[in-house]
Design a protein around this ligand. Structure first.
Ligand SMILES: NC(=O)c1ccc[n+]([C@@H]2O[C@H](COP(=O)([O-])OP(=O)(O)OC[C@H]3O[C@@H](n4cnc5c(N)ncnc54)[C@H](OP(=O)(O)O)[C@@H]3O)[C@@H](O)[C@H]2O)c1
Length: 374
């Protein structure tokens, strides 16, 4: 794929396309976030982003926003333009019809139906197409990590979220964990739920806390599918999770060990039951992720508890960790820590973050550690 040295102006417009794309965060799945800017003789004449499934693609929105002639203009787009007929007509057609002569792209689309086809068609029609590399490309890829992992592996991107005390505990020795982090941190976590396709916990947490796992903050238009890992289908029909199933879907990941009667009771209450197979817990995590991916779940917020998180870590399926550290010391040999499982033998073999960001949220510190890049 040809690359080009970033000129300052090109970089600025591409950054703007990325900024526009991020406006629709949490609303486009299973589609990617995409933004586009149209520039004529150095001046921006139109810009736009893809707002969600069924809505026009960013390229068309940006072209429609142009109040003047687009012939000979340059289009900056955060993801390569599509060439396929989906719910909307191909963007390559719109670009050709508009007489755009140069297209500058921040990131490639790894899905099999895209994968360079659009840029190829545009080049065949005599349009100059350039892909950028470096920081801009990295920022554009970062925006669409769930879409990219799902396109490449068929599995959702897993973001592990936890709130721990200064001494690494996620609950006291009696299992009490409400609340370790402050109200602002919890509101942030609710925002992440709204931005995710699904939220998962283990049956240990479901039984201990009886959570709803919904996003309960102002302005939320989307609720994530709730997922409970529960080999023996022990989740009570009277739990808040099952009771809320008519409003928000609930998937239960059971194993072959689950009694048929328990599965049937949950299914007749409206629960979607997946039977994950595999010889151990991490193999069943991998199988469950395949199944969730086939249900178009591209992003999964894993909310624990420590036992389930250990199985995800052993499966190599934690792509990002978002840990709130609260100024509390709980102590206790038997109080649970963030991730259990067998764990690494040596620090050299432990999962090390590729990049880290920190943020102070009232009295808590949020650490976001990225462990994989897609
Ligand atoms: N501070 C926080 O952020 C936070 C977050 C979450 C939880 N917590 C606390 O953590 C405690 C619960 O944690 P926990 O570790 O006991 O329970 P957990 O991780 O929520 O659930 C573990 C259980 O999940 C089931 N499971 C089903 N499929 C699995 C698979 N493929 N891999 C691994 N497990 C699978 C297993 O039971 P079966 O084999 O019977 O299915 C396992 O025992 C509670 O006290 C809760 O309040 C704190």
């Amino acid at each position: 794929m040809p690359e080009t040295a970033a000129t300052e102006r090109d970089t600025r417009h591409l950054r703007r396309s990325i900024e526009l794309a991020s406006e629709a965060r949490g609303h486009t799945s299973p589609n990617p976030l995409v933004g586009a800017v149209v520039v004529q003789r150095g001046r921006v004449i139109g810009e736009g982003f893809h707002a969600g499934p069924g809505e026009p693609h960013a390229e068309r929105v940006a072209l429609a926003a142009c109040g003047e002639d687009t012939a000979g203009a340059t289009m900056y787009v955060s993801l390569e333009p599509c060439a396929h007929h989906g719910r909307t007509a191909p963007c390559t057609d719109a670009i050709l019809e508009a007489g755009i002569t140069r297209v500058v792209v921040a990131s490639e689309d790894p899905t099999s139906k895209a994968n360079g086809r659009g840029p190829g068609i545009l080049r065949d029609e005599g349009i100059e197409v350039e892909f950028f590399d470096g920081d801009v490309a990295a920022a554009a890829r970062l925006l669409n990590q769930p879409f990219r992992k799902h396109a490449r592996t068929g599995r959702p991107l897993v973001v592990f979220k936890s709130a721990m005390t200064l001494d690494g505990k996620v609950a006291t020795r009696t299992g009490d964990s409400q609340w370790i982090s402050g109200a602002a941190s919890r509101a942030r976590a609710h925002r992440w739920r709204a931005e995710s396709d699904a939220v998962a916990v283990g049956i240990g947490t479901a039984l201990a806390d009886d959570p709803q796992l919904t996003a309960r903050i102002e302005g939320v238009s989307h609720q994530p599918r709730r997922v409970v890992f529960d080999s023996e289908a022990r989740l009570p029909v009277a739990s808040k999770l099952v009771q809320g199933v008519s409003e928000v879907p609930l998937t239960l990941v059971a194993s072959r060990a689950a009694a048929r009667t328990s599965v049937e009771a949950l299914e007749s209450a409206g629960v979607d039951v997946i039977v994950a197979t595999g010889e151990n817990e991490s193999a069943r995590v991998a199988h469950a992720l395949d199944e969730l991916g086939s249900r178009d779940v591209q992003s999964l917020l894993l909310e624990g508890g420590p036992h389930l998180a250990g199985a995800f870590l052993e499966a190599g399926e934690i792509d990002e960790a978002r840990i709130f550290v609260a100024p509390v010391l709980a102590g206790g040999r038997d109080a649970k820590t963030v991730i259990e499982g067998l764990g690494a033998e040596a620090i050299a073999g432990a999962a090390r973050a590729l990049s880290v960001e920190t943020e102070r949220i009232d009295d808590d510190v949020l650490i976001v550690a990225r462990l994989a890049e897609w």
